[in-house]
Ligand binder design. Sequence first.
Ligand SMILES: [Zn+2]
Length: 275
Amino acid sequence: MGVSAPIRKLITTPRGGWIYSGRIVVILDFGIRRDATLPQTGGQFTSGIWLLPSDFPRFTIEPMIHEILPVGPLQCNCSVIGDESTHEAMVIDPGDDIEDILAIVRRHKLQVKQIVITHAHIDHVGGAMRLRAQTGAPILLNQNDYALLKMLDVQASWLGMATPGKVEIDSSLDDDQSLRTGALAASVLHTPGHTEGSVCLYFPAEKMLIAGDTLFARSIGRTDLPGGSFEKILKSLHGRVLALPDETLVIPGHGPKTTIGEEREENPFLQNNSQ
Ligand SMILES: [Zn+2]
């Protein structure tokens, strides 16, 4: 891998990463990479640096805002994802701490267009109605979790939490449905197992998966709660989630980020049980 060309020019991207134009090209220093939107031809990605040939045309990174905020006592990873051109945004799993989520929304001057719930557990959906009241955005949840959503007071009592009251769903999230926010696009993967209506959101251009509680770094979602099924979660993981490219960045519903490739290799629940 010959990295010998000089760096000629420095451009600051809207996202705060750095683009070096000339021969050696891009160093991305933001937490969520946008490398998938960089030109796919003529370059190689290695350790955060794109190498492009000197005659490669000038390009820009399509900006995306992505903030991940662990919310509530169970520290559910809430994602705020926005298009930096149109300032349209989706919020995924606003379980709690709505004021903190709204502070992110205001800081980036975003207009929330969708509130997406990966599944109807209280730590993921508990703040949805308050966020809807503040933003006017519709709440989306797969219909197979509507029954579980009616049990929020029971879930609250398991956790010794106050019940968030009734949550109204504006429309179902269906398998393979595509969700758009500005120029950003995600497709819905229905991945039952942790709950009947669990979904993951896949952003193909960003090669990123919002996994809800289906997949965690070196673990998978529990299946011992109502609506859970160990067979179904393994089927969803092998059939849908592991079908994604190895380089896909995974944002689980709790805990640290990982990638599909790392989990394919290292996750003890995904070994020797090819379904
Ligand atoms: Zn859950």
